[in-house]
Design a protein around this ligand. Structure first.
Ligand code: EPU
Length: 441
């Protein structure tokens, strides 16, 4: 089976999580690094690539752009061929936001790029002005009509100073992917500082690009004429790490996650400690102990990195339903990332919301319920809450979960959760074949 719209997770709650797990490579690092293969005609190997639907779909898009690939055991070999202008099929473009990342490399290499409206989670307006204004600053003509964006630069891109209106993650990555082959120096000011941007920059440097400052507010790029292949290991998935830690906390469990990066999760780890978990960490290991003590309420603001990750805002809201008092969660990155709240209420959570601000009163006893995840992290939050609920819960919307988590059900089962996928026997991550995209709502 595949985790389609008919599948659901059956979870019997109140099982304490314990044990040790390795986390997967990062979804949001895999996607820009895959797109970077469009910048070279030499082979590229990515290691620690999560088996998730967004990766399958981007590989499909790359295949249509003359980059063939093979994947096995978390390794993806990409074999770019002679590059010519092209465009992702509209249905694949609409299946994930990262489809738009082909624009920067195509524009830089062929002087022409085009992409239909990119999809992804429906969590806000998600405009593209940062990408488009950046391409214009690099000398491209950019036209958007009926959702399709076309950018042309027949005489090539020229380095420029680009001041981003917002430190957009994909916007920064797209401009980085374009500027590495532009003539002269580019400075991206107010750049996103996420670890995934740093991972992409480090891959580009391995390919021969001249990039400095990734991970800081200003990235400087000196364009080169051509780039070589690369062999890159992706960074660990900080959002998968965070989701598992929060899941362990809500079950009053104790888990140890290895091959992760504690330094990428400082905001979450300090918040978990404030709530009352005992967190021990070394560079690549995080041990969380939530067995004893009363959970304290907390205030959380989702912000660009290194602030608290918006992708963990819904999961931590689920945890805060178990804190002893009133917590406030303020989503400040996306304007409509609160669709999990109604579903959490079905489980018994007491939450009053005013736009992006949620006031959570706890502790609320949670009871099993049937809920629907409407995006990747909303679905994860419902899984987290169901782990703490008395009795059986069902979480559907797994086509969203499968976009971003390689095997959340298996991981939780290994840690002691009673969780299974109903309507088939597969796990969320156990699929090597590329499947057609689910329709975006
Ligand atoms: N924004 C603009 N103009 C733009 C681009 C973005 O105003 O041109 C605004 C957005 O509307 C939003 C804010 O900037 O309010 C942040 O958006 P950003 O562009 O940074 O998000 P993204 O790059 O589209 C990536 C991740 C998301 C993650 C965000 C924020 C990937 C493939 N996606 O999206 O991941 O939530 O950064 O950290 O890297 C997920 O994994 O579940 C996910 C949604």
């Amino acid at each position: 089976m595949t985790a389609d719209a008919e599948s659901f997770l059956r979870i019997v709650g109140q099982r304490r999580l314990s044990g040790e797990l390795q986390v997967h490579g990062a979804k949001n690092a895999a996607l820009p690094c895959l797109a970077a293969s469009l910048l070279t005609d030499e082979p590229v190997r990515l290691r620690r690539v999560p088996e998730i639907d967004d990766v399958s779909r981007l590989l499909d898009i790359l295949s249509g752009l003359q980059v063939e690939s093979s994947a096995a055991d978390g390794e993806v070999e990409l074999r770019p061929a002679a590059m010519s202008a092209g465009s992702p099929p509209d249905d694949l473009a609409a299946a994930l936001r990262a489809s738009f990342l082909v624009m920067g490399p195509l524009l830089a290499r062929t002087g022409e790029a085009s992409c239909g409206a990119p999809g992804g989670d429906v969590i806000g307006a998600r405009p593209l002005d940062v990408h488009l204004n950046g391409f214009r600053a690099l000398g491209a003509d950019v036209v958007t009509s009926a959702g399709r964006t076309t950018a042309t630069a027949p005489t090539g891109l020229r380095g420029a100073e680009i001041v981003l209106d917002y430190p957009s993650v994909l916007g920064t990555e797209n401009l980085l992917l374009a500027a590495v082959l532009a003539e002269g120096r580019t400075r991206i000011i107010n750049a996103a500082m996420e670890p995934e941007v740093v991972c992409l920059a480090s891959m580009l440097r391995q390919m021969g690009a001249r990039v400095s400052g990734a991970g800081q507010h200003t990235i400087t790029i000196d364009g080169v004429d051509r780039l070589s292949g690369a062999d890159v290991e992706l960074i660990p998935d900080r959002i998968e790490t965070g989701t598992l830690l929060i899941a362990a906390a809500i079950t009053r469990g104790r888990i140890c996650l290895t091959q992760t990066r504690a330094d990428h999760l400082k905001s979450l780890l300090s918040k978990l400690a404030e709530i009352g978990c005992v967190v021990r960490r070394s560079d690549e290991m995080i041990d969380l102990d939530a067995v004893a003590g009363v959970f304290q309420p907390a205030n959380v603001q989702a912000l660009p990195y290194p602030g608290f990750a918006t992708d963990l805002q819904a999961p931590i809201a689920a945890l805060l339903t178990q804190a002893n008092g009133t917590s406030i969660v303020h989503e400040r990155v996306f304007e409509n990332r609160t669709q999990h709240l109604d579903q959490l209420r079905k489980l018994g959570a007491k939450i009053v919301a005013d736009g992006p601000i949620s006031v959570i009163s706890g502790p609320s006893p949670l009871d099993g319920a049937v809920t629907v995840g409407t995006d990747i992290r909303a679905a994860a939050a419902l899984v987290v809450a169901s782990l703490a609920a008395e009795g059986e819960s069902q979480v559907s919307g797994l086509q969203h979960l499968a976009r971003g988590y390689a095997a959340l059900d298996t991981q939780l089962r290994e840690l002691g959760a009673e969780i299974e996928i109903v309507n088939g026997g597969d796990t969320l991550g156990d699929r090597s074949a590329v499947r057609p995209p689910a329709a975006e709502s």
